[in-house]
Design a protein around this ligand. Structure first.
Ligand code: GLU
Length: 310
C-alpha cells in the first residue's frame, strides 16, 4: 500500500543527506532546479581585533589559558547557522562560534587559535565545573537553576521555545496540541523540562542532540521536535520542502556564555567584550552572515545582565 501522506524513501534519504551536509554548506551547491544550500561566507564575517597587552590577573581561567597559549571553548556542532562543525575540515561556523571568537579577541587571544570542543546540552555544567573548557557558547539559556552551578555572561541573544513538524502535519499547531504525540528534545535542555512540566500528556523522547530528533522527525519516528526557535529555523531552512515551524514562541530563552561559577572576573570581562562588539557593529555583522541566513532579520540584542557576584 502506498501511504500518500508519507515521504517516499528517496525523499527521506534526500532530506537526511541535506541535513548531514549542513557543515559543508559553504561549498555545497543544490541540484539543478533546487536552491543551493546556504552557509556562512567567510568573506562576510567580521574580523575581530585582538586586544594587545590585555591582562586579567583575577581570573584563574584566563591565567590558565594564557599559560596554555589558547582558549578552549565548548560549543555545539550540529545546529545550523549557530554552531556547526565541518566534518571534512573540522572547523566550526555559526553565530555562537562568532560570539566565541569576538570574546576571544577581546580577551587577548587570536580567535584562530581557539580549540572548540563539542559539548551536548546535558554535559555543559560538568564541563565548566571540571575545567574541560574555559567558556561555553552554544544556545545556552540563562536561568536561576543553572546559575547555582555555573556563571553566565550576557545575554547576547533572545530565543523562544518553538515546535518543528513535517510539512504534512496538520494536527499540531502549538504546544496545546501535543497530548498523545511523540515529541523529541535534547536531554538536559530547558525545552525538554518545559514539556515535561507544562504539557505532561505529550510523549517525550530525549536524545543527546537535536539533529537526531530531526532525523527521527523526517523518518516518522516522532511527530514534533521542540527547542529554541533559532535552532529550529536552521533545520527548517535546510529542508524547507519537508519541515515547518508552527505556532508562536512559548518561552523566553536568553542565551548566555557559560563560565566557571566562581570566576566573576572572567564573567565581567566577557560582559564588557559583548557590549563592545554590539556597539562597534561586529555583533550585527556576525548575525547577518550566520543566523540571519535562516531568514530572520537582525534583532536588537538584549541588555547585558551584570548580576552581582555571590
Ligand atoms: N536554550 C535551551 C537550553 O539551554 C535549548 C537549547 C540547547 O539545548 O542548547 O537548554
Amino acid at each position: 500500500m502506498i501511504r500518500t501522506t508519507r515521504m517516499s524513501a528517496g525523499r527521506v534519504a534526500k532530506a537526511l543527506a541535506v541535513l548531514a551536509l549542513t557543515a559543508l554548506a559553504a561549498t555545497a551547491c543544490g541540484k539543478e532546479g533546487s536552491p543551493p544550500v546556504k552557509g556562512p561566507k567567510p568573506e562576510d564575517l567580521p574580523k575581530y581585533q585582538v586586544a594587545q597587552g590585555f591582562q586579567l590577573p583575577d581570573s584563574s581561567t584566563w591565567k590558565k589559558a594564557k599559560k596554555r597559549g589558547r582558549l578552549v571553548v565548548g560549543a555545539k556542532e550540529d545546529q545550523p547557522y549557530l554552531g556547526e562543525k565541518d566534518p571534512a575540515g573540522g572547523g566550526y561556523t555559526g553565530f555562537d562560534i562568532e560570539i566565541a571568537k569576538m570574546v576571544s579577541a577581546s580577551l587577548g587571544f587570536d580567535p584562530k587559535t581557539i580549540q572548540f570542543k563539542t559539548i551536548a546540552s546535558a554535559n555543559r555544567e560538568t564541563a565548566l565545573q571540571n575545567g574541560q573548557i574555559d567558556y561555553y557558547v552554544g544556545t545556552y539559556t540563562i536561568n536561576d537553576n543553572r546559575k547555582k552551578l555555573v556563571g553566565f555572561a550576557g545575554p547576547y541573544f533572545m530565543a523562544g521555545q518553538g515546535l518543528l513538524v513535517r510539512k504534512d502535519e496538520d494536527d499540531i499547531k502549538g504546544p496545546q496540541d501535543l497530548a498523545g504525540k511523540k515529541v523529541c528534545s535534547a536531554a538536559g535542555s530547558t525545552p525538554y523540562q518545559r514539556i515535561q512540566s507544562d504539557y505532561p500528556k505529550a510523549e517525550l523522547v530525549a536524545y543527546d542532540t537535536y539533529s537526531i530528533c530531526v532525523d527521527n522527525l523526517l523518518t516518522y519516528q516522532v511527530d514534533a521536535v521542540t527547542t529554541d526557535d533559532a535552532i529550529l529555523q536552521g533545520y527548517a531552512a535546510k529542508v524547507p520542502e519537508e519541515l515547518k515551524l508552527v505556532g508562536k514562541p512559548f518561552s523566553e530563552e536568553p542565551y548566555g556564555i557559560g563560565v566557571p561559577r566562581s570566576d566573576n572576573a572572567l564573567r565581567f570581562a566577557i560582559d564588557d567584550a559583548l557590549e563592545q562588539h554590539e556597539k562597534n557593529g561586529d555583533w550585527k555583522k556576525a548575525y547577518e552572515a550566520t543566523l540571519g541566513l535562516s531568514g530572520v532579520p537582525a534583532p536588537t540584542p538584549p541588555a547585558i545582565d551584570r548580576y552581582p557576584a555571590s
